[in-house]
Ligand binder design. Structure first.
Ligand SMILES: [Zn+2]
Length: 379
């Protein structure tokens, strides 16, 4: 008799927010796909068995904001080994390529990486740059080209990216935002907007966005932030969130402030999506570290494990309209899975403004399974 499973996951608790599942279940995998989810699957015909006692078996994590165009874009880093050691099976590159060099991203990154590496495509011709910023001169904006690149590459290019901080756009913020939304409309795709140190107000930014567009670095302490001068969540931000604008963490080196996150969450703005914004310019004092550390910060701040897992699986999948194929463990889908453990140990966490907290628990990624292939966790 043929082997029933190439890989059988036993002993773990399946935590799958997309289907409201939190049960002790086995997961059978064959041909890179999930073929069975139920208690006590037969072990006899499994080629390999992984005992996940004490772990939560979740969909492979989606890191919605990274810079993975390594060796081409100045922010790029070699994301694949880090992803596969930390439970991450899908990443969204946040604008490292633009209409001129997106096909390079497709060939050099998407086609080579073991992690599924999708991309928001910048309206700036060559993608996001550092110095001088990519849209200091609007001659380099090509919203039609970006929309076309998305339309021609729906399997990889899943949205439009624009950065709004002064270093990127100088005084062109208002125009750049409008061009990005135009590209989003033309391609029928979400726009991801980088906030923090913008020349136009937070009110104008969120009022311009459509339902389904994404504010990344949503908890940045850089001005204008989502918190007003009196320390309250801005009314326009609340309104935008209620009508479906998506708020994404995008932690990075500069966009996470424990006090600010707490105030915003206290006023009702929980993160829709939790992401790292890992890139190649992380110094030795890098406070973001990786996806499990970023998730641990929200566990410490009081989100439930279910909320946290949803914010890096089903929610980001829905944000790009891929909920039918990403972000859930279901029979027939690609076997992209993370085995996470909540470890009861004191753990020091740092934000980007010198804040520190000691968490009583941390989230560790024990295993990453991508298309049925098993990679051990580094923590
Ligand atoms: Zn970024």
């Amino acid at each position: 008799m043929a082997d029933a499973f190439d890989l059988l996951l036993i002993g773990g608790t399946v935590l799958n927010p997309a289907t409201n599942t939190k049960h002790k279940l086995d997961v059978g995998i064959a041909g890179g796909r999930v073929t069975a989810i139920q208690a006590n699957l037969p072990e006899g015909n499994a080629k390999k068995i992984l005992d996940l006692e004490g772990c939560f078996v979740t969909p492979g994590l989606i890191d919605f904001h990274v810079h993975s165009y390594w060796g081409v874009n100045p922010y790029g880093f070699d994301a694949d080994p880090i992803c596969l050691a930390t439970g991450v099976t899908t990443t969204m590159d946040a604008g490292s390529s633009g209409p001129i060099n997106f096909l390079g991203f497709r060939k050099l990154v998407y086609e080579q990486a073991r992690t599924r590496m999708l991309a928001f495509i910048a309206i700036a011709q060559h993608g996001v740059f550092n110095d001088p910023g990519e849209l200091q001169n609007l001659r380099f904006a090509d919203p039609d080209g970006a929309a076309q690149a998305v339309a021609d590459n729906r399997d990889v290019g899943i949205g439009i990216k624009v950065r709004m901080h002064r270093k990127s756009v100088g005084d062109n913020g208002r125009a750049a935002l409008r061009l990005a939304v135009k590209a989003g409309e033309a391609s029928r795709a979400p726009v991801m907007v980088h906030v923090g140190d913008t020349a136009i107000s937070m009110e104008e930014i969120v009022d311009t966005l459509r339902a389904g567009d994404v504010v990344t670095h949503c908890y940045t302490p850089q001005q204008p932030s989502i918190i007003d001068e009196s320390g309250k969540l801005r009314a326009a931000v609340r309104k935008a969130h209620e009508r479906g604008v998506i708020f994404d963490v995008g932690h990075a080196n500069g966009h996470f402030d424990f006090d600010l996150v707490q105030r915003a969450m206290g006023d009702g703005l929980l993160p829709d999506i939790i992401s790292t914004d890992l890139h190649g310019r992380m110094g030795p004092a890098n406070p973001v570290i990786d996806m499990p550390t970023t998730l641990t910060k929200f566990l410490h701040l009081g989100l439930s494990l279910e909320q946290i897992v949803a914010a890096c699986t089903s929610s980001p999948a829905r944000a790009i309209g891929w909920q039918d194929r990403l972000g859930s463990i279901e029979v027939g889908r690609e076997a992209d899975i993370a085995a996470l453990q909540v470890v009861n140990t004191a753990h020091r966490l740092r934000d980007c403004v010198g804040g520190e907290r000691t968490a009583e628990q941390r989230i560790a990624a024990r295993w990453t399974i991508r298309r049925g292939q098993v990679f051990p966790g580094k923590c």
